[in-house]
Design a protein around this ligand. Structure first.
Ligand code: UFG
Length: 329
């Protein structure tokens, strides 16, 4: 079976490409390499260096590869940046996805696994958050993902193209063995930044806001290991290829940690405390995002292997300490 993975040279994409190959799929990666790394691709994965904004190149790639299913990661991913540069986010994430959906509808009509996000829920009314909770993104990033979800629904209704939306919570960690891991051009993720601080690349950790309505005043997130998320994609692809109807699944562990608790866990793993400073809130951050992930556990039989935050941080630390400058190390 042939798969097309957009954004497969990125952090989550490159872990998922490996998991898909292990499951026996042949993978072509469509990536413009604006933030991904060709070095992150495993042997056997073919790269089509194409931008989703180039409609005819996307269509040509689909017509040539003729995938049985598509996994769609390619997107800009930073909450804070999306508030400052909304046009870039709408153009890349919404128009890019629309091009992919339209080109797919005009060629192979392959089912799609879509990289969505907990950010579609915004300020959740109750927690853990079930999939049918109201969607009220607090960031442009979350809005672009919700708009793409709506487009997927419309393409299912109009063209019968099925999809699975995976709404990721906070993805972290690295493949055990330390060969691939997080390496974004702009570093914004809490655990990655903390570990780069430990390597001396930052002076201190900033805590963005301590006046949130949470027990210690800092934001709460549900941190999930990237290898477990990659497995969720394999299960979603299999389900679609077996004829499953369109659906949405949260992917998280169901318990949250505050920014302070994450930094405490990082200190434990490092065996030494990192310097911290309180900074103002970051625009677009909801106070708490914790997944109710019963649906994916029951329906797709997803079972996360990494349930201990310190263990997850340890896998990330193995990557960063052996690759202090990412793939350029
Ligand atoms: N944070 C800090 N200091 C930092 C970096 C982050 O206090 O130096 C805080 C943030 O304000 C936030 C929390 O740590 O409260 C987590 O921030 P991240 O940037 O690591 O992750 P986000 O929650 O902003 O976003 C991530 C993904 C999104 C996804 C979201 C879903 O980047 O794509 O998780 O929960 F939508």
């Amino acid at each position: 079976m042939n798969l097309l993975v957009t954004g497969g040279a990125g952090y989550i994409g490159s872990h998922t490409v490996r998991a898909l190959q292990r499951a026996g799929y042949t993978v072509t990666v469509l990536d413009n390499l604006s933030s991904g790394h060709a070095e992150a691709l495993p042997d056997g994965a073919t790269l089509a260096q194409v931008d989703l904004l180039d409609y005819s190149a996307v269509k040509d790639t689909l017509a040539r590869v003729r995938p049985d299913a598509i996994v769609h990661f390619a997107a800009l991913i930073e909450v804070g940046e999306s508030m400052k540069e909304p046009a870039r986010y709408y153009r890349n994430n919404v128009t890019g996805s629309l091009n992919l959906l339209q080109a797919n509808a005009e060629t192979v009509k392959a089912p799609i696994v879509f990289s969505s996000t907990a950010a579609v829920y915004g300020d959740a009314q109750s927690t853990p958050i079930p999939e049918d909770a109201p969607k009220a993104p607090t960031s442009v990033y979350g809005e672009t993902k919700l708009m793409t979800e709506h487009m997927l629904n419309a393409f299912d209704r109009a063209h019968g193209i099925r999809h699975i939306k995976l709404r990721y919570f906070n993805v972290c960690g690295a493949q055990p063995g330390g060969q691939i891991g997080e390496d974004h051009p702009n570093k914004t993720h809490l655990i990655e930044l903390a570990l780069l601080t430990a390597l001396g690349q930052r002076e201190k950790m900033m805590i963005f806001g301590e006046d949130y309505p949470t027990p210690d005043g800092t934001c709460i997130r549900d941190y999930i290991h990237v290898a477990d998320l990659a497995d969720a994609h394999v299960l979603a692809v299999k389900a679609l290829l077996d004829g499953a109807p369109s659906n949405a699944y949260n992917v998280g562990l169901g318990h949250g940690f505050s920014v302070r608790q994450v930094l405490d866990a990082v200190d434990d793993v490092l065996g030494t405390p990192l310097k911290r400073e309180i900074a103002p809130r970051r625009a677009g951050d909801p106070p708490s995002l914790v997944a109710d992930s019963h649906r994916i556990q029951q329906e797709l039989h997803w079972t996360p292997q990494f349930t201990d935050l310190r263990e997850i941080i340890r896998t990330a630390w193995d990557w960063h300490r052996t690759h202090p400058h990412g793939f350029k190390s």
